[in-house]
Design a protein around this ligand. Structure first.
Ligand code: F6R
Length: 357
């Protein structure tokens, strides 16, 4: 039920802080340690390489998950688009573990990979919002997202839930391997939840940005580096699918290798800057496009901000910035679609779960 909300998408964006808290609760034991299926822990310990398989928004969550598993748990990770992997399988490591990320658990492209790798005898873990779904039943292990039903076609709370669960999985593996950790995911997720709440309380700010940048335009660019590059790819997908604006998420440094040719007077370019090591360089990329007439907007993280930034996100742990930086992106897409009179919850040509290859 939508309740008082005009659209499921807006309701689901608002639910994200609660989903974070639900995940903390579900993955915490009485001693405030991580609670996770010991078989999954063992599978993560046994593998020499994780292969994340997903589509669309879930693929974008996988890109963030790779950073967690590599940086926190020290296990190499590859992230693959399911439909590509099915037809062009890479050379596999000796002891691969396949991790399927899927809100619905019914995505046919991912299932066809699962069928293939089972034939090869490799283990599989499915991270899904629907335990009992096909991908969950057919995998060896399941991690539940606990996001509650996601009705809007555009995925929002499933993406942040996937990122949270991947962070917990990475830390659990690191602990099992005896790695020294300063990162307490359950505590940091709690902080991120509060920040998400403060952002969903400031909808007018994002409505205003959406109106200014997206109400007339035919195209838009989102740029970022490192972690922000993954989030801007998700930002562009959200804007494309519900507002029909042609949008691309680009690595800031890659623009000058071709894409900058598309920048004209007034082209909207939204930059994300939440990572200290690239704060300076992404700002350089913004200047490059501004000099060619782009209508630029910078969303930065507290501590890295400059006075001219359009919006400053409250501070969260470096690794968890996608959880909060995606919220403005979701709201920008929502309000852009609203201003353009698009059907927010049921965009044209799209189905909630894609059960054909
Ligand atoms: C985008 C969107 C799609 C899905 C994709 C995978 O907002 O909803 O890109 O993320 O079709 O679906 P699941 O996660 O159900 O496998």
């Amino acid at each position: 039920e939508k309740g008082t909300y005009p659209h499921f998408m807006l309701k689901e964006i608002d639910e994200q802080p609660f989903v974070m808290r639900k995940i903390i609760q579900e993955y915490q034991d009485e001693q405030d340690n991580i609670k996770l299926d010991s078989n999954i822990r063992q599978a993560m310990m046994d593998t020499d390489r994780v292969y994340i398989i997903a589509a669309g928004t879930s693929y974008h969550a996988g890109l963030v998950g790779k950073q967690f598993i590599e940086k926190i748990a020290n296990v190499p990770v590859e992230v693959h688009i399911a439909s590509e992997f099915s037809y062009n399988m890479p050379l596999l490591s000796e002891k691969p573990l396949f991790v399927f990320i899927s809100q619905s658990g019914e995505t046919a492209d991912s299932r066809s990979v699962l069928v293939r790798i089972k034939e090869l005898g490799h283990p599989a873990l499915t991270i899904t919002n629907v335990p009992g779904s096909t991908l969950s039943r057919e995998a060896n292990y399941t991690l539940h997202l606990h996001a509650g039903p996601e009705i809007a076609v555009a995925s929002t709370k499933a993406y942040t839930a996937q990122i949270a669960v991947l962070a917990i999985l990475a830390v659990d593996t690191a602990k099992a391997k005896g790695l020294d950790l300063e990162f307490d995911p359950l505590k940091e997720l709690g902080i991120a939840a509060s920040v998400m709440e403060s952002l969903t309380d400031q909808k007018e700010a994002f409505e205003k940005i959406a109106k200014e940048y997206f109400s007339e335009t035919r195209n838009a660019f989102f740029i970022g580096r490192g972690m922000d590059y993954f989030v801007v790819q998700e930002a562009a997908l959200k804007l494309k699918e519900i507002s029909y604006i042609q949008a691309e998420g680009f690595a800031g440094g890659e623009l000058k290798h071709g894409t900058i040719a598309l920048i004209e007077d007034g082209t909207p370019v939204v930059a994300l800057s939440t990572q200290e090591n690239v704060n300076y360089s992404i700002r350089g990329n913004v200047q490059e496009v501004a000099a060619r007439g782009a209508n630029t907007c910078i969303i930065s993280l507290e501590g890295l901000e400059q006075e001219s930034d359009t919006f400053v996100l409250p501070h969260v742990h470096d690794l968890l910035t996608p959880l909060v930086s995606v919220v403005p992106m979701q709201l920008l897409a929502y309000y852009a679609a609203l201003h353009r009179d698009c059907d927010v919850d049921k965009p044209r040509n799209l189905a909630k779960s894609v059960t054909v290859e």
